[in-house]
Ligand binder design. Structure first.
Ligand SMILES: Nc1ncnc2c1ncn2[C@@H]1O[C@H](COP(=O)(O)OP(=O)(O)OP(=O)(O)O)[C@@H](O)[C@H]1O
Ligand SMILES: [Mg+2]
Length: 307
């Protein structure tokens, strides 16, 4: 599952680093390969199809709401704290709707060209290469812009004409006005609360999206998820969830963020590997989240209450 995910994730920064590090001959081979793969008849979206059902435990009516939103191709915003299931949800929905999923990990170095595309030089001269957003819009994929607030606002505005009634993407450097494929949909993720005034989406961006709120699932559901994903029994998973809930109450009282479902799964995975529960919780839950000695003591005592 995780390998699959990274294979489908397009990270401009990592891509650029890899390009810079790659010897010239290898780069040329890659260009030839890409040119071949963009020839007619090749399924460009093949690497982006989700073949097996990702495990996703619905928490409320988010699956039905997303299906309705997709049926009218409404751009969607998934809001919620880190590690609460947004990425897993979008992978599940792509599988359920049988649509390819192109994920872009946004960062502040990302430019509009990283999304839209650029001219490349190869042995035969200059040729245009669609960026991930243009590939999704042209061929009909769901394009998931992960952590979109990390991108600069001048980058984010390129999605505007795609996320209103026009559904077009101007490829200015190529001189093409790309009309989005009927299957194309754009989804963004957004962690409310992490934004500073300098780093937030413009209202004109926000108001182009429908939004689904995600938060940590209620106790029994979260325990079921932790047990399923980590391999521990339900009894251990429930204890981990109790610890998570205690820690979440400390948010704003010394902790910036509550313990995520992802962290509980990490702790469970260590326990399932035979690591003693106390050590597993320290490594996966307590130490990553705070350096404050009092806060660590408070979390340690929550752990020892249950283990
Ligand atoms: N409802 C759920 N059903 C199944 N698994 C879930 C669910 N919620 C969370 N998980 C588990 O929690 C892990 C973290 O979730 P995910 O990576 O989707 O978080 P996220 O909200 O995208 O976080 P971030 O904002 O940091 O990217 C997943 O790998 C999955 O194992
Ligand atoms: Mg995510």
């Amino acid at each position: 599952m995780s390998n699959d995910f990274y294979a489908r994730t397009y990270s401009p920064r990592q891509d650029a680093l890899a390009r810079a590090a790659r010897p010239q001959a290898q780069a040329q081979a890659l260009l030839r390969q890409t040119a071949a793969s963009s020839s007619p008849g090749t399924d460009l979206l093949a690497p982006h199809r989700v073949h097996s059902e990702p495990y996703y435990r619905a928490v409320a009516d988010e699956v039905e709401l997303y299906e309705a939103a997709y049926s009218v191709r409404m751009p969607m915003m998934l809001k919620g704290p880190t590690g609460c299931g947004k990425t897993r949800f979008v992978e599940y929905m792509a599988w359920k709707l049988d649509k390819p999923l192109i994920t872009v990990a946004c960062n502040e170095d990302m430019t509009a060209s990283d999304l839209v595309g650029r001219h490349l030089l190869d042995a035969n001269g200059t040729r245009w290469q669609d960026g991930p957003l243009a590939v999704a819009a042209r061929h009909g994929a769901i394009c998931y812009l992960d952590e979109v607030v990390e991108a600069r606002q001048d980058t984010t505005v390129v999605i505007h004409p795609l996320t209103d009634a026009r559904r077009v993407l101007p490829l200015e450097k190529k001189g093409e006005l790309l009309q989005a494929h009927p299957d194309f949909q754009i989804v963004i993720s957004y962690n409310p609360g992490y934004q500073s005034l300098m780093k937030d989406l413009k209202q004109s961006t926000k108001q182009r999206f429908g939004a689904l709120d995600f938060s940590y699932p209620e106790h029994d559901t979260e325990a079921e998820i932790v047990a399923h994903e980590s391999g521990v029994g339900l009894d251990v998973a429930k204890k981990l969830v109790h610890i998570g809930e205690r820690a979440r109450n400390l948010k704003g009282h010394g902790l910036d963020e509550g313990l995520s479902t992802r962290m509980l799964i990490y702790a469970g995975s260590l326990i399932a590997q035979g690591v003693p529960a106390l050590a597993a919780c320290r490594v996966a839950l307590v130490r990553p989240i705070t350096d404050d000695p009092d806060m660590r003591d408070a979390l340690d005592s929550a752990v020892t209450t249950y283990f």
